[in-house]
Design a protein. Structure first.
Length: 547
């Protein structure tokens, strides 16, 4: 009787309805989740950044997913139980002499956006180190997190990184580190109050439904979704770490890639550059205090391979050398490989991050800089010579009066032009440029000698070669020799080129120097070399650079 009355009560019916709705909702969500995981390949799947206080890493642990947030660029990501991507398990720092521990700090380039685990920069560095020192054991930890800047990396080091007792700390720079010196931090605000890893939370956080909602939110508000509103006044730790007060002109420079990379704008936004350097030197000092060696790597933007923009190298190289910071500037190497061998080093056109080839180049050079004498604290990073871009002078070679005339810093240079069968197409038109080309099927040669009264150590060449017709005409080729030495191939273009394409060649000899550079260009029909008719601020036709 009592049960019958209870079954017919309004409370019971309401409770039963609630339970049924709940169960149906769970069943529907579970069905949608299963469908998204196994049937809808385009559904967003990616790794979240949670900054757990009880893990050494800042990623959700124990994940194995296909990240497809970037359209057309899916890649495999797995994380360790410690919250690192492609890293060994964490144990007490070993006392064995044959174990070397490397900690890699950086942003999405270190993390490896667009490449599988084994093709990320830290993973490839680990492989090259093991190949170089087969008797040693290397533990390389990938602490890179997308959107991190130098303040985040310093914060990570102080909170977690130093506790790993690494033998080497690698820090990675990309130009947007300077863009984000604005007093906002992703990681410091997210760990206040501290958040400990929780398996239940992690399970729900990594549901595909939740990731779709997060992805939509990110696409709507862009990077603002990742920014925190914590300012220096809220956290004294930030005092003096950033530069936030900018004029409209300065904001335009900072927020425009071509402007922030232009070396002529360094002084105008020196507050940002100086703030980066202060934080970097503080990080290096902390690493040195722990007994570890430090290495900075600077990764160029793809646009720097096509244009004469060197702001990061111009600002950092001389200053880092003066502070005896071991660093590798990858701009010269990337320019050389990109142009001389036609090798793509980025996830272009899908994304701006380095691909497996770019990461392989960097990892090889980084491993070469590491020296192991015994093990443990017998590990060191060799300092290496980098191009002092701050001292580079530039000369634009323009067409005027039927010949080529140098414009710019020419007090120590002389030019000899031998055009042979070359014709300057467009010389008598109102166009602002000419093309050095030939009109018949035979190839022509254009020779340019650059002579210096005093020896120089650096020679750079920016030119605009073009191929209109990729028929069998020999293409467009260039050669260079120094002080009458053996000629080396510097450019070989046989495929049709884009109208605004540019090419860079760089040569640096910091020991002996040289006083003469002989350039020879072989030009086939349907190809040419572009020269401006007057000096341009943004000249990209033919520019000689020297130190």
């Amino acid at each position: 009787m009592l049960f019958s009355k209870l079954a017919n009560s309004r409370v019971y019916r309401l409770l039963l309805t609630t339970v049924m709705v709940f169960l149906v909702t769970i069943a529907l969500l579970a069905s949608v989740e299963l469908a998204l995981r196994f049937c809808v390949k385009s559904a967003p799947s990616y790794v979240g950044y949670d900054f757990y206080s009880n893990l050494f890493g800042d990623l959700s642990p124990n994940l194995d997913v296909q990240d497809n947030l970037i359209k057309g660029l899916p890649y495999h990501v797995s994380t360790s139980s410690a919250g690192f991507r492609f890293s060994p398990g964490i144990a007490q720092h070993p006392d064995k002499k044959n174990v070397v521990r490397v900690l890699c700090l950086g942003d999405s380039f270190t993390y490896g956006v667009g490449v599988d685990n084994e093709s990320s920069l830290p993973a490839l560095l680990s492989a090259f180190l093991k190949k170089k020192y087969p008797a040693m054991e290397f533990e390389v930890f990938n602490a890179g997190i997308p959107f991190f800047d130098i303040v985040d990396e310093l914060d990570y080091w102080e909170e977690k990184g130093r506790k790993l007792s690494p033998d080497i700390v690698v820090c990675q720079f990309y130009y947007n580190d300077v863009q984000t010196m604005n007093g906002k931090s992703f990681r410091r605000s997210r760990r206040l109050p501290p958040q400990e890893f929780n398996a239940v939370y992690s399970f729900f956080h990594n549901l595909r439904i939740v990731q779709i909602a997060s992805a939509l939110n990110y696409k709507i508000v862009k990077n603002n979704a990742m920014e925190a509103a914590v300012q220096a006044k809220d956290d004294p730790w930030y005092a003096g770490r950033f530069c936030d007060s900018l004029s409209d002109r300065q904001k335009n420079i900072v927020n425009t890639t071509s402007e922030i990379l232009d070396q002529r704008n360094i002084e105008e936004i020196s507050c940002r550059w100086d703030a980066y350097l202060r934080n970097l030197l503080e990080l290096r000092a902390g690493v040195a205090k722990s007994g570890a060696d430090f290495l900075l790597i600077t990764i160029p933007d793809r646009s720097q391979l096509l244009t004469d923009r060197t702001a990061p190298s111009t600002y950092l190289n001389a200053r880092l050398a003066a502070e005896h910071v071991a660093f590798i500037d990858f701009l010269p190497l990337f320019r050389s490989v990109f142009h001389r061998y036609g090798t793509e080093l980025y996830n272009y056109p899908y994304d701006f991050h380095t691909n497996k080839t770019g990461n392989t180049l960097m990892a090889h050079e980084m491993a070469d800089a590491v020296a192991v004498a015994g093990g443990g604290r017998g590990v060191s990073v060799k300092e290496r010579e980098n191009i002092p871009y701050a001292d580079v002078k530039r000369v634009a070679l323009v067409y005027a009066g039927g010949t080529l005339v140098p414009i710019g810093a020419v007090q120590n240079t002389e030019f000899r032009i031998d055009d042979g069968s070359i014709q300057f197409q467009g010389a008598k038109t109102d166009r602002d440029h000419v093309e050095a080309t030939v009109y018949d099927v035979r190839q022509g040669e254009l020779g340019i000698d650059v002579m210096f009264k005093d020896k120089v150590n650096y020679f750079g060449l920016q030119l605009h070669g073009i191929v209109w017709d990729s028929a069998n005409n020999g293409g467009f080729k260039g050669f260079a020799s120094f002080d009458n030495g053996n000629a080396e191939s510097i450019v070989d273009m046989s495929q049709n080129t884009m109208k605004d394409s540019a090419y860079f060649f760089e040569h640096y000899n910091h020991q002996d120097g040289f006083s003469k550079v002989s350039l020879r260009f072989v030009i086939g029909k349907g190809t040419g070399l572009i020269f401006d008719k007057q000096f341009k601020k943004e000249a990209n036709a033919f520019v000689v650079m020297f130190e």
